[in-house]
Design a protein around this ligand. Sequence first.
Ligand code: DGJ
Length: 743
Amino acid sequence: MKKRLLTISATIFACGLNVLGQDAVRSVDASQQWYLNAGESTYVVGINERHMLQSLYWGPALPADARLPQAHSSGEWASFDTPANTTALEYPAWGEGLFAEPALKVDSPNGDRTLVLVYESAKVSKSELEIVLHDTVQPIKVHLFYEVFPQGILSRWSRIENAGSQTFVVEQAASAVWNLPAAEDYSLSWLTGQWAGEWQLHSELIQAGSHVMESRRGSTGHQANPWFAIGREHATTEDNGPVWFGELGWSGSWRMNVEGTSQNKVRVTAGYNPFDFAYVLEPGKSLETPKFYAGYTSHGQGEASRILHRFQLAEILPTHPNPKPRPVIYNSWEATEFAVNEAGQISLAEKAAKLGVERFVVDDGWFGQRLTDKAGLGDWYVNKTKFPNGLKPLIDRVHALGMDFGLWVEPEMVNPDSDLYRAHPDWAMHFPDRNRTEARNQLVLNLAREDVKEYVFNFLDRLVTENDIAFLKWDYNRNWSEPGWSEASGSANGSAEVAKQKEIYVRYVENLYDILAKLRAKHPKLEIESCSGGSGRVDLGILRYTDEVWTSDNTDALDRLAIQYGFTHAYAPETMAAWVTDVPNFLNRRSIPLQFRFLSAMQGALGIGGNLNKWTTDDMALATKLTAFYKDIRTTVQHGNLYRLQSPLKSESSHVEYVAQDGSQAVLFSYLRSQHFGMALPKVQLKGLEPKASYQVRALDAGKYKGEAVVSGAVLMGEGINLGLAGDYDSTAVVLERLETRR
Ligand code: DGJ
């Protein structure tokens, strides 16, 4: 914990103000309670008569003079549920008959496998709180950290410390447990997916039992994202009602357990996935868990997303608190796949520049003997047949065309058919004597090893130093299968040897973060995209080091509406890279008009990924017009407040609106998948405008907007906008510029 923390001495101590003008962190010594005020919410913890730390409150902001009753441990529920189960413990370790999900489980050298954590001390600073607990028997201390952010987010994590002289093994460690107030009608929303089908939103009533979201894959995974939102079944909508929400900042195996108890209590536990997990705590050593960020709003799912978006821009992204708007990029992948070469890329770059593209990115295929996905990963030298004079002539041409240059890499992988693997077969993750399972003909390098970490950093550093590269698309195209690490065990043997090897789940990801941090520090202008065959590695851990993510390999503009709808529940549009590609789409053979493809991709960071050599003069003209249109509204899209007006999952039409943070501009994107029975599109009611302000309406398609040139916010929100969308795959956009506010 940072040194600037102070030990509490006063009865009430804190600074930093929330929405009610209150201190961010306030301690009440008399009742041993701590009040954390984040945006429009308050979170309270306190010590009970058994000296244990309990959650006391999580909900709407409490006034500064509010005092909650002293914490009290709950009693037994018959003889079958001890107080460990019935009390809302803040960080429950496995002990005293806890049958719910533990936050912590540690093996002691004498065979004791339980812990009973009691209060030791607390420190408060401006916006941070640290509470130290210790076990009643073993020399294990647990530091619980809280950081309050003005956007309405509270970050929690823990550090488990071995304060003794013998070695302990951590078997399970959560970042935090969030206890919700007791209620019967909670509904959980969560996100699942697969390759080319990420960000599927689900909701269901929380019943007694556990709902587990997780990755055992070594990375975040496409299949579930470490995000949750819990509303009240009958009270929460997109615009109204309470939502408790959060996301874990970890790019390795993770688990989030939403548990409904038989007494209608709901708790959310998340952190390292305990599956195949161990971390050896030698004397004096500690294990720190990832950060688990959460918030509360009374204004529905839409506001929960907007709080997360604002928080990510202000506190998480590498260039926070003022991230630059994302440039319009061109990427070669769908046009050329592995067949990249100097002449072909220059020809694409010349056309991309004419469209107004600002960054030209060469994807896979430029290095080693990379003719297909069967070879070359690991050999990060420029392929001389494809680029006889290196990358410089291409980069120079790209610069002369007024764009900057980006390059694809997949640093953590190796093809068995590569010089790197032939030289260092032991660098790939493996178990001795067991077959190494290949996926896309590749293996995962063991980044937990210091020599591998050094190799990866050095080749990236050299690549960026020797070439004028503004952007790396950092890909990661498979999950772990044999996570062995025999070198880790040193002289340990038996179960200690196996436990040491299991540290791979933590050390790999820490080394990945270290490489990214070091690279960015050495090359401050470098920007990075996190790609993992689409959204296989998107979380608040990787987003501390990467500016954007590749949302999905599925570039079909219709599927993308649904994918992007799910994505924005958890992550900011600024980070959501989206390309306009060719039709029929490679995945589903669907053909969608170019304007619809553009307007779909404009919901986030716009890119173009089609084969421009095949685009007609009309295509090029429309693309040039739409790229210019996007540049005019992109700050509003990327940094504004998003309103999901109508979900693409529920109807033939869908609408999204973005309002600039200062309210000066708003933009509406409308999509009609298919018109039936000649029915007109219902009017679209906007949100988030100033009722008394007048707005100048600028329609992308004059013929489709059926209204006045200047309209008041009240009319736009109450009466709505009339758009003449018709037929199949019709789409349009309307920009609203605020003129003045009538007082
Ligand atoms: C997977 C990525 O998601 C694609 O965009 C492309 O970069 C390929 N890898 C290249 O192998």
